[in-house]
Design a protein around this ligand. Structure first.
Ligand code: SF4
Ligand code: SF4
Length: 384
């Protein structure tokens, strides 16, 4: 039986419209009461990766959270809000993102993720995770991602949003653990993590999305959409189609389809509400694409990686020496010398945690040496 993904247009974050359209997108897949029952404790897991205001489109919009809180309460369940930013607390990120005010006004708890070890018997490779204790304690998890680009993984949608269930700095450790095996292995880790958390429902905030150099400093992009479903891979597949990303270019979808996670084939997904072709955009801007890199065999790729991928370089004119990148780097590769922050190119595993965390957009991504040569050759021969 095909899985269902619903699409509903919502043109802006006007409160009444958000509530009406959000209810509509859920009603198309059975309504909130299909997913939560009276008396249940329900964790709402937004994208709350960095404390930035709603207009920056980094986090799930506070009015989307408000609306879901009201619907969960109406269904007789008790909502909680939780996420684990890379640095700092969920409370502090919530306060800066506007979600804190919503939680306060509605009397909802914001929970920090205390680490606990959880076995993942359904995982295909990764059978143990350290995740937030509350994730295991609640009856249901509702996944509330923001539709964004991601410099490392191309897009961050339903599957990737569950990565936030791993507490703070432990997220960065996964970059180290999976570094040698590449993005595919990192993607498989996230897909296995989804099998552990098993969100009951995913609702994606794509009203104002982020394009370009996401997830921290891309540009707001109006898509005017809510997307809902129960299968995270299916939700990601439909969104990829909408923003014109072939599944083989998206590391998570590529692995999901090849290894049989979720529903990744469009013909197996029943899309209800709007039609994909009526809401799709041809010009959604992605982070810089490593087209040559993707075609190189894995063994050689590992050797050449540093020269073929984008290198983070601190822009000294913008840097405010706040040291957040230094604290976020999972391999201690950022140093402070005489008051100046520096990234060691040799030791960098290109996880881009520093780029994501920098509050001043002071870390540029500079193409590796071979990529620069390749791009010059292409231009010389008219390849653009
Ligand atoms: S310097 Fe930045 S990109 Fe390189 S390993 Fe550290 S956090 Fe990751
Ligand atoms: S996080 Fe950004 S502003 Fe802060 S020290 Fe690093 S580069 Fe500079």
């Amino acid at each position: 039986m095909p899985t269902t993904v619903s699409l509903v247009r919502c043109l802006d974050y006007q409160e009444a419209a958000v509530h009406k359209k959000l209810k509509e997108v859920l009603d198309l897949i059975g309504g909130i009461q299909q997913f939560v029952a009276p008396g249940e404790k329900v964790l709402l897991k937004p994208n709350l990766c960095i404390g930035r205001p709603p207009e920056k489109c980094v986090n799930t919009h506070p009015l989307v959270i408000k609306s879901i809180v009201l619907l969960v309460k109406e269904a007789g369940a008790t909502p909680l809000i939780g996420d684990s930013p890379q640095i700092g607390s969920a409370h502090s990120a919530a306060d800066k993102s506007g979600i804190g005010d919503i939680a306060h006004d509605l009397g909802i708890d914001i929970v920090e993720f205390e680490p606990v070890t959880a076995l993942n018997p359904d995982g295909k490779i990764f059978r143990t995770f350290t995740i937030g204790k509350i994730v295991k304690e609640v009856d249901k998890v509702i996944n509330l991602p923001k539709l964004k680009t991601h410099a490392l993984m191309l897009l961050t949608l339903a599957v990737k949003n569950m990565y936030g269930c791993i507490p703070g700095t432990r997220k960065a450790q996964w970059h180290v653990k999976t570094d040698k095996a590449g993005k595919g292995y990192f993607a498989q880790m996230m897909l296995d993590l989804n099998l552990l958390v098993k969100p009951a429902l995913t609702l994606v905030d794509g009203v104002m999305a982020m394009e370009g150099m996401g997830p921290g400093f891309g540009d707001p992009r109006h898509l005017g959409l809510f997307i809902a479903g129960t299968d995270c891979v299916a939700v990601d597949r439909v969104i990829a189609e909408i923003v014109n990303v072939p599944p083989e270019h998206d590391p998570i979808l590529r692995v999901a389809i090849n290894k049989g996670y979720g529903v990744g084939q469009l013909e197996d997904i029943a899309v209800v509400g709007e039609k994909i072709q009526d809401v799709s955009v041809a010009d959604f801007k992605l982070p810089q694409k490593e087209d040559m890199f993707d075609r190189i065999p894995t063994g050689l790729k590992r050797i050449l990686k540093r020269h073929l991928t984008d290198q983070p370089v601190i822009n000294q004119e913008k840097c405010e020496a706040c040291e957040m990148c230094l604290k976020a780097c999972p391999v201690d590769n950022v140093d402070m010398e005489n008051g100046t922050l520096k990234i060691d190119e040799q030791g960098c595993i290109q996880c881009l945690c520093c780029v994501e965390i920098c509050p001043h957009a002071a870390i540029d991504l500079v193409p590796g040496r071979l990529l620069r040569i390749y791009s010059t050759i292409r231009k010389l021969f008219g390849g653009g």
